[in-house]
Design a protein around this ligand. Sequence first.
Ligand code: URA
Length: 240
Amino acid sequence: MRPASDRDAWLAALGLVRWERRCAPVQGVAAPTQEVVPDRPSAAGKAALVDPGQLDWPALRACVADCTRCELHRDRTRTVFGVGNVTADWLIVGEAPGAEEDRRGEPFVGRAGQLLDAMLAAIGQSRETVFITNILKCRPPNNRDPSTAEAAACRPYLERQIELLGPRLILAVGRIAAQQLLETAAPLARLRGQVHRHPRHDVPVVVTYHPAYLLRSPADKAQAWEDLLLACRTAAGVAA
Ligand code: URA
């Protein structure tokens, strides 16, 4: 659980004075089993030959660390596999690592990450209770959007993460994550506000704004709060 001040700051930004739990705690979260080890290649060059669909968590992490499936491996500092609880009910999916994430090997560690932490705290979740990853495990240069080829090359890793985790809910943060997860070109405005099903895994998917967007457009935090409440209801099984 994050410090109360995170939650308060987020809710203050929404104009809410005091937090009250709006959804039941998610059932079935076991004792945190952290996946926070920085990613380092194990046996270079092997990843391209391996089928990620057969791997367990440690092998999948090693496979991602070795990955050369697309050109992004050439300029990365670290792969960014994901962080959190490998028995979590919630999977949070962003777009791709930025510069700071590339340096540290952990998703959402910049200002957008602090806001994501505050959003999670507002619903009683944290980096320790959810699992956070991205569509791409390597940083695209100059924060450009992932190319179709990069997203396709990286897809098996996220697919296997979803299989291994078996989440009750996927929260897609931002347009790229939503479009890639749902295999659609629909705009974010059309994707928010409803519960989708992941096309391959039949897991509920709720879409919200990317925290980097919310930093630029704080007026939309109120809508993001509605998205989080929909996600809570969905994970609790009352809005699928
Ligand atoms: N933005 C993302 O979508 N993912 C990160 O890990 C960091 C910023």
